[in-house]
Ligand binder design. Structure first.
Ligand SMILES: [Zn+2]
Length: 242
């Protein structure tokens, strides 16, 4: 039996999680937490590079981030659907990895797979906890405790619920992103990142610096939760107001 993961990031395509929450994953791994990545598709519709090349790149990126386990659900790229068959595939993996925290894409996105991955991931997290949903002998139900949405690069008028300070792992995030040379070398845009004419790697740095500035740090990654964040000690609150 695989030991459970503390944090599992789920996204539609290989390279999505590196772009949106790679610094946070590297930070969790550095802190000794067990981190996993679940890519829902093999990226076979990508314009550049083959699915095989992206698999090798994804493996290198996972090593760079310090991720313990990276799985691929093998769903169809550009055809993701929040249907029962797809949910069952993810439920199986959730019951195997038993994450406490799951990071999902933000529910709005320009790529349909990103939107659907968000909804599909959330629904699978709920259903995985139902003992009578798609039961298999020897498999225990498991419902993740916390769902976070990675908000990076979104332009929706939604304030991050919190920003993770990735100043210490920003270079690791960039090194993981650079593993996808077949996708990104010479690129001017990717995923939810619109082109400005600047190099993609520079765009990611600028955006990460913007999110960092929201918490008065060099680099950050933003997240959204539907739930309210609890505070125990007012004096421990960070981020200066005036
Ligand atoms: Zn994507």
């Amino acid at each position: 039996m695989t030991p459970p993961v503390d944090v599992l990031a789920i996204a539609a395509h290989r390279d999505d999680v590196e772009l949106t929450c790679g610094g946070t994953l590297a930070k969790a791994a550095k802190a000794g937490q067990r981190v996993g990545i679940l890519d829902l598709t093999q990226g076979e519709m990508g314009t550049r590079g083959s699915a095989e090349l992206r698999a090798a790149e994804a493996e290198r990126a996972a090593k760079t981030l310090g991720v313990a386990v990276r799985k691929n659900a093998g769903l169809e790229d550009a055809h993701l659907a929040n249907d029962d068959a797809s949910r069952i595939v993810i439920v199986r993996i959730l019951r195997e990895l038993r994450p406490r925290v799951v990071i999902l894409p933000y529910p709005v996105g320009r790529h349909p797979d990103h939107r659907i991955a968000s909804e599909l991931g959330r629904d699978a997290c709920y259903l995985a906890g139902l003992a009578k949903y798609a039961p298999v002998a020897g498999e225990e139900p498991h419902r993740p405790f916390k769902i976070l949405y990675a908000l990076a690069y979104r332009e929706d008028p939604v304030k991050p619920t919190f920003v993770v300070d990735i100043s210490d792992t920003f270079e690791t995030k960039m090194a993981a992103i650079r593993c996808y040379a077949s996708q990104f070398d010479g690129a001017r845009a990717a995923g939810e990142i619109f082109p400005t004419g600047q190099d993609l790697y520079e765009l990611i740095r600028v955006q990460s610096a913007h999110y960092g500035s929201l918490i008065r740090k060099p680099y950050g990654e933003p997240f959204f939760t539907h739930e309210t964040v609890v505070v125990d000690d007012l004096l421990a609150l960070g981020v200066q107001s005036l």
